[in-house]
Design a protein around this ligand. Sequence first.
Ligand SMILES: [Zn+2]
Length: 275
Amino acid sequence: MVRFLVPLLAAILSISSASAQDWATVSTPSPGPTQSIGFYTAGCLQGAQALPLDGSGYEAIRVSRNRYWGQPVTLDFIKILAEKMRAAGQAHLYIGDIGQPRGGPAPSGHASHQVGLDADIWFERQPGARRAPADRENPRLRSLVNADDSGIDDTVFSQQHVLLLRAAAEMPNLDRMFVNKWIKQRICNTATGNRSWLRKLVPWFGHDEHFHIRLYCPPGNPQCQAQAAYSDDDGCGEALDSWFRKAPVTPPPAAAAKPYRPKLPAACQQVLKAP
Ligand SMILES: [Zn+2]
């Protein structure tokens, strides 16, 4: 009996635990209508669409990573935000990772971005002519935070960043966005008028060179798993203060080397394997 069970179990395990490398290797989206399946950190995306690499007010960067795929709502969000910033006289936005052609875990970079509803937008702004996509692999991407993590770098940070974050936060389908604690603190200390948008800014590690937008599950995606609400108030009290009491994070090399392998919904197996 055991003789038969062991290979059977091994087969089942190998089916259910495709590696991040497997997801990164597939270079095209799966067929079918766009569907986000699972959770932001453990899911996949059927029928992904590609962000055009250039658009009004934005350009995609590091396109060799092939992570410019997402839900139509995410691509629309980027296009609308970029157009708003352009109309406000700002330089074009640098758009980084959205998701892989079929979503799923990525071998490097982040644990989320798996269902086509997350995207990274860089704080760096360079006025002037665009470069060809091939020349956008290693642009200068400055941090808004001092290198010793002592606070905001005011030689880089500007009111344009505040306007950008506010415009993104006030868009209707934004669930939350992740920013560095120093950025949240600066905005908590300086925002005037209607502060309800501050609730959408969630402090997280890193996120000092880019911010990360996360959209709600769109209607008609029954397998998309929503995230619990973050904060009812502006999040400037204890929710922020606790970040200044955390020890600095230095992930142990072993943990960093271990690939992130979340358990995905079974339906993602078809998304991965579809021709
Ligand atoms: Zn991100």
